[in-house]
Design a protein around this ligand. Structure first.
Ligand SMILES: Nc1nc2c(ncn2[C@@H]2O[C@H](COP(=O)(O)OP(=O)(O)OP(=O)(O)O)[C@@H](O)[C@H]2O)c(=O)[nH]1
Ligand SMILES: [Mg+2]
Length: 331
């Protein structure tokens, strides 16, 4: 097997093997299949934390402080910075990476950034594979950071056990953005920069939003990710100062509380089922699309259907149904 050497090195905790394998899964979905297949039984040990917030809210500072605490506890930490808005991993992310690498030893902290470069099967799929590699590599904690609070972050966070959103005092429209974007996946709100005026006001605004949320009926699709029922978990709110580390003890307690809740409520099995289902859907979408594209381009019978559609004797829905039949996928 082409990757077996890298994989055995990965399982021994070799960071260079991890980096190489990540590059393979980012660039090549066939490689992903082989690699994930071999490492899957070694995954499932890491606790995955998703962190997001608008630009400048202090994500990088927050993650450095949090990582330092985990490292001091003797944990191995993986950090994946995902930028769904950019095709390049450069600029801020790269700067952050260099700074963080200076602060931590490569043995304890592994940092990787990923941009949206049109990975086959999607960025969320690639992120999921990178998480598995870092899990098999031996990370106890995997932090997935994304920029922004929009819908594109939701997919990326489907594999996180605990999702934290950073807000800051003063900004007016950030809560609205959370409501429109990722509200249904947030487990914990952290008002960062608590040393700035208005932190308590921000906490009160979040509380008010959560009150509204109680009265709002989500359809079950929105909630399918982790919680079968909205009443199960009300997001916790805390304030922190990421520069000084103030109040991080409370933050860590809340993360622990959420982890315990997932276990004790049985939500964790719901989470696992949904995580695997979502991932399978991503992979199938990619595989089926590829298969159908091949058929559309080369199958003689299908070319005939397309000609018939030009003549208006068939329409695209009918062609799609005929293809589903051809693939043996109709009920
Ligand atoms: N006063 C204060 N400043 C903070 C705090 N946290 C972060 N900062 C500062 O806020 C600025 C932005 O912090 P970053 O950590 O780079 O923020 P970010 O969210 O990673 O920013 P982008 O990567 O550009 O999206 C920096 O100058 C930090 O030093 C805090 O708790 N208090
Ligand atoms: Mg940053």
């Amino acid at each position: 097997m082409a990757y077996s050497n890298f994989i055995s090195q990965l399982l021994k905790g070799n960071p260079r093997a991890a980096a190489r394998l990540i590059t393979f899964v980012e660039n090549d979905i066939v490689a992903s299949e082989e690699i994930i297949n071999s490492i899957y039984e070694h995954t499932g040990n890491a606790y995955i934390i998703g962190i997001t917030g608008a630009p400048g809210t202090g994500k990088s500072t927050f993650i450095s402080t949090l990582t330092k605490i985990f490292v001091d506890q003797g944990k191995k930490v993986g950090i994946i910075c995902v930028d769904p808005t950019s095709p390049l991993t450069g600029g801020a992310l790269l700067g952050d990476r260099i700074r963080m690498k200076q602060n931590f030893s490569l043995n304890n902290v592994f940092i990787r950034s990923m941009a949206n470069r049109g990975q086959l099967g999607g960025l969320a799929r690639a992120t999921e594979d990178v998480i598995k590699i870092l899990d098999a590599y031996g990370c106890d904690i995997i932090i997935v950071e994304t920029v922004g609070v929009g819908q594109s972050e939701v997919d990326i966070f489907k594999s996180a056990q605990t999702v934290i959103v950073l807000l800051v005092p003063g900004l007016g429209d950030d809560i609205q953005a959370v409501k429109a974007g990722i509200m249904e996946v947030v487990d914990l709100f952290a008002v960062n920069k608590m040393d700035f005026p208005g932190a308590d006001k921000k906490v009160a605004e979040i509380k008010q939003m959560l009150e509204f949320r109680k009265n709002y009926k989500y359809d079950s699709k929105d909630l399918s990710e982790k919680y079968a029922k909205i009443e199960l978990w009300t997001p916790e709110i805390t304030k922190v100062n990421s520069k000084t580390g103030e109040n991080f003890d409370e933050l860590l307690e809340l993360i622990k509380k959420h982890e315990l809740f997932l276990k004790e409520s049985g939500v964790i099995s719901n989470y696992m089922k949904n995580r695997i289902t979502n991932e399978t859907i991503q992979i199938l979408k990619h595989k089926l699309t590829k298969k159908v594209e091949q058929l559309l381009n080369s199958d003689k019978e299908i070319r005939k259907y397309i000609d018939q559609a030009i003549q208006k004797s068939l329409d695209p829905y009918s062609i799609a149904n005929l293809i589903i039949k051809m693939l043996g996928l109709e009920k």
